[in-house]
Design a protein around this ligand. Structure first.
Ligand code: UD1
Length: 331
């Protein structure tokens, strides 16, 4: 298949490109490098021995986006391009809603006009809000989102669902990611956020390298085994493989919703201890106040992905810690 990956130079998009190329697909990428670097394209080539067809611009440029659809007979789209910093979304809601919603509308308009009937969308477990019960199945009700980033994901799910209802020949797949971490085993691609990271694993990585002095653990009084927040951390390579399975298996018309998680929950302190043990490094931390908007526990029921996609997360927490550190040392 010929597959367009929007945001294909980003952290998750680049791993998806690698897995698609290795599965024998042709890959077209649109990325504006707003949160990624051009070298990533060389690294994808180094890992796979293949090239993606690359276009540098923001999808908000509708004329340029249309040209990509004119120049390529696309079979499917994996739509990853979006702004994703939770904190920044609170201070820049206009930019976040404009970028995330408008790009999705432009992509769906092009799909309709150029008869591309298969889209896989990067959604997030954030759409479940504060879960009443765990593990989360896809049938759990959607919850209150606590920031414009999360709300934009819920809105994009709704837009795509309405589009599928209007154009029933389409296959719309909403993949709800839990907490992607780790890096490619080559150490060439991974997550390297600019400035101070919001998410746990990049912060742990930067404390281990000495770039940051101390990790703040946001709360130790949650109703969890050690009092710190519990999440379902999933290796980014497993996550990327889930997209290859979804693009191949969910080709029939309809709206397909699927969690991508491991089904296991680890606490903040589990992550710190595993990172220290696997990599033989010290991660200084101190307990801080809870972070507003955080929830105690969130992990997936991954049964549907197993049954419908034949996909299960294979990598362990040790793999996630080791691959993150390997990436850090190389960059
Ligand atoms: C966050 C976003 C979520 C987004 C996801 C992307 C919020 C409220 N949610 O999820 O919408 O889809 O990232 O991966 O931000 N922690 C610390 N110290 C830190 C950073 C995090 O203790 O410096 C803790 C948090 O309190 C939480 C856990 O680590 O218990 C994971 O946090 P994080 O990596 O930010 O992910 P989420 O909050 O689960």
């Amino acid at each position: 298949m010929k597959i367009l990956v929007t945001g294909g130079a980003g952290y998750i998009g680049s791993h998806i490109c690698v897995e698609l190329l290795q599965a024998g697909h042709d890959v077209v990428v649109i990325d504006d490098f707003s949160n990624s670097q051009p070298e990533v394209l060389e690294y994808i080539h180094e890992i796979t021995g293949k090239n993606v067809q690359f276009y540098e611009f923001n999808i908000l440029d509708e004329a340029k986006t249309e040209k990509v659809f004119q120049e390529n007979q696309l079979d499917a789209i994996i739509h990853c391009a979006a702004f994703k910093a939770v904190g920044e979304s609170v201070s820049k809601p206009i930019e976040y809603y404009t970028n995330n919603l408008m790009t999705t509308l432009i992509v769906t308009k092009m799909m309709r006009d150029y008869h591309v009937n298969n889209i896989v969308f990067s959604s997030s477990a954030t759409v479940y809000g504060d879960p009443k019960v765990v593990p989360l199945t896809e049938d759990c009700p959607l919850g209150e989102t606590t920031n414009p980033y999360g709300t934009s994901k819920a809105m994009m799910e709704r837009v795509l669902t309405d589009v599928q209802h209007a154009y029933p020949q389409m296959s719309v797949t909403l993949l709800r990611y839990f907490n992607p971490i780790g890096a490619h085993a080559s150490g060439l691609i991974g997550e390297n956020p600019k400035g101070i990271p919001n998410n746990l694993m990049p912060y742990v990585m930067k404390v281990a390298t000495g770039e940051l002095s101390c990790l703040g653990v946001f709360g130790d009084d949650y109703d969890t085994p050690d009092g710190t927040g519990v999440r379902d951390y999933i290796h980014v390579v497993d996550l990327a493989k889930g997209h290859v399975a979804a693009i191949e298996k969910y080709s029939q018309p309809g709206v397909h919703i699927c969690n991508l998680g491991t089904g296991k929950g680890y606490s903040v302190l589990d992550i710190v201890k595993a990172f220290e043990k696997v990599n033989g490094v010290k991660v200084n931390y101190e307990i801080k106040a809870r972070r507003p908007g955080d929830i105690a526990t969130c992990y997936a029921d991954p049964t549907r992905a197993k049954e419908e996609l034949g996909w299960v997360a294979e990598k362990t927490l040790e793999d996630m810690c080791r691959d993150t550190w390997n990436f850090a040392k190389k960059h």
